[in-house]
Design a protein around this ligand. Structure first.
Ligand code: HEM
Length: 511
């Protein structure tokens, strides 16, 4: 009889193969990267447990790690290594000089909704798509935005006025998010989603669920990837709602008469429909991409600005003075297009908000397609390393931002900006994959905020310390604890605010 039976051979081979695989996946990469500082990973889970326990606070955990381990550190999500960088020299090298591609974790995790839209399209197809869409992001497009905003801003102002008359708080973040969503749809795709008018509209809820689920996809990538679980039933339903809206927008455009087409200016949808060989599902992906990238980023930043200014009456006073001076005694809902560039102080407050509360807090996620040596510290990173640039960390580096927790708009005066490292401010990222909508967002926010501070005074309807950042792709303010008086009017408000009138809103304005 054979000393070792065939069954024993099979078991033995299986054990040897499994041990080799275990060593290759869980032990060797950690041993090879032992020169990179970072929190101690457990063998199987890595640091996933600590990060998942923090529910929506990953950027703050990274901040703790940076204080402990320095500008470059690593953490492990199960067997996946992620190296975090936040020094401006390294950022410039990785995302501008080398322009490494986005990590597939990021692209796949967002793909159920964003498909192969501009945000997630692979590097080899990006340049051509970006060039085509960039053509639309010119001054004419900003002027169109300005015109379209007037319709939606009137609705927002009326809503705030009503609340102030009834002496009721508003959930500013919710109202601002519906507003920016409607502005994006009207300006980009020729039709408002009307979410300001219909408070139970399915799209804001669907976008919210989608962002949360896609964030879980990124955070739990190795597990979701292993089981192919990118599309949970919740994400599937949310995606269906958004894509249905996108299909309706496309259908409406396809049956538009030639005369109607000639009567209106070109918009984003016209561009998507013109890009050569772009199939319908890619057009839907672009609409979904601009819908998710182009509205709650701006609204959450406006919310953070209101939150900060509520705690700094001297800043509010300066904003009001600047806006009122430009406004004069004109009867209108908003400033004129040319006047927005005169809002120098408000622009500094806007930038300081983007610095302290960068809405795209975890920033950009890249994969090295060659070995690199980081310029800031000479550390070697091998090809295929996944590198994360969390903007939240970049903007809290005391070497470039002294007293980073303080809210100081003057950091962005011309003299101070010139003195700083050009890559220390990353709110819109940098290089070929930076934010295509940064001027759109800035124009929209400054125009809106100028009207808000002209017509109203705002104060927080909860303790400032009870408002915390919650991160799910975008980082928004969330009030953890609100007074009963607020609870009786608003159901789980994100940012409860009292609104007091300053100037009366005209009922009709000249066009
Ligand atoms: C305060 C507002 C905004 C902030 C802070 C912001 C921030 C960013 C950041 C950091 C990125 C880089 C993401 C990455 O590397 O993965 C990005 C990309 C992008 N943003 Fe924005 N964004 C804002 C508003 C907008 C608006 C209004 C639009 C559309 C009108 C928009 C459309 C996009 C698109 C399409 C990309 C992908 C660009 C590419 O890869 O070529 N964003 N944004």
């Amino acid at each position: 009889m054979a000393l070792v039976s065939w069954l024993e051979w099979i078991v033995l081979s299986f054990v040897i193969a499994a041990s080799f695989l275990f060593f290759y996946i869980f032990i060797f990469p950690k041993w090879r990267s032992r020169h990179i500082p970072g929190p101690k990973p457990s063998l199987l889970l890595g640091n996933a447990l600590e990060l998942s326990n923090q529910g929506g606070a990953a950027p703050m955990v990274f901040e703790r790690y940076r204080k402990q381990y320095g500008d470059v550190f690593q953490f492990w999500s199960f067997y996946r290594q992620i190296v975090v960088i936040s020094h401006p020299d390294d950022i410039k090298y990785i995302i501008v000089t080398k322009n490494f591609p986005k990590a597939e974790e990021f692209n796949l995790s967002l793909s159920p909704l964003a498909g192969r839209g501009l945000l997630t399209v692979r590097k080899q197809h990006h340049q051509q798509r970006r060039r085509a869409i960039s053509k639309q992001f010119n001054e004419d497009f900003l002027r169109q935005l300005h015109r379209h905003m007037k319709v939606e801003l009137k609705i927002l102002l009326a809503k705030l006025q009503k609340a102030s008359e009834k002496r009721e708080p508003v959930d500013f973040d919710k109202d601002a998010t519906s507003y920016t969503l409607d502005v994006m749809c009207r300006t980009g795709f020729g039709r408002s989603a009307d979410t300001q008018k219909d408070t139970n509209h399915p799209i804001p809820k669907a976008v919210n669920i989608a962002l949360k689920e896609m964030y879980h996809n990124v955070a739990a990538y190795p597990i979701r990837n292993f089981f192919g679980l990118y599309t949970s039933p919740r994400l599937k339903e949310a995606t269906r709602v958004v894509k249905e809206f996108a299909s309706q927008v496309i259908e409406a455009r396809k049956v538009e008469s030639e005369q109607d087409r000639e009567r209106r200016p070109m918009d984003l949808l016209d561009i998507f429909l013109k890009v050569e060989d772009l199939p319908d599902w890619d057009i839907i992906a672009e609409i979904a991409t601009f819908l998710i990238a182009g509205h709650d980023t701006t609204s959450h930043t406006m919310s953070w600005l209101i939150y900060e200014v509520c705690q700094h009456p001297e800043i509010e006073e300066k904003i009001q003075q600047e806006v009122d001076k430009i406004w004069g005694d004109r009867q209108d809902w908003m400033l004129r297009f040319e006047e927005i560039s005169q809002l120098e102080y408000l622009n500094m407050v806007w930038k300081e908000t983007l610095r302290k509360h960068p809405v795209a807090a975890t920033g950009t996620f890249r994969r090295l397609d060659s070995d690199v040596t980081l310029p800031s510290c000479g550390m070697f990173l091998p090809k295929n390393t996944a590198v994360l640039v969390p903007i939240y960390l970049v903007h809290r580096n005391p070497e470039f931002w002294p007293d980073p927790e303080a809210f100081i708009p003057e950091r962005f005066s011309r003299e101070n900006t010139i003195k700083r490292h050009p890559f220390a401010f990353q709110a819109f990222s940098s290089g070929p994959r930076n934010c295509i909508g940064q001027f759109f967002a800035t124009h929209e926010a400054l125009t809106t905020l100028a009207s808000l501070y002209h017509f109203f005074h705002f104060s927080l309807a909860c303790n400032a310390e009870d408002v915390r950042p919650y991160h799910a792709i975008t980082m928004k303010p969330v009030a953890r604890n609100v007074p009963d008086q607020v609870k009786s009017v608003l159901n789980s408000p994100k940012l409860p605010i009292w609104v007091t009138p300053r100037n009366s809103i005209p009922s009709v304005v000249e066009e």
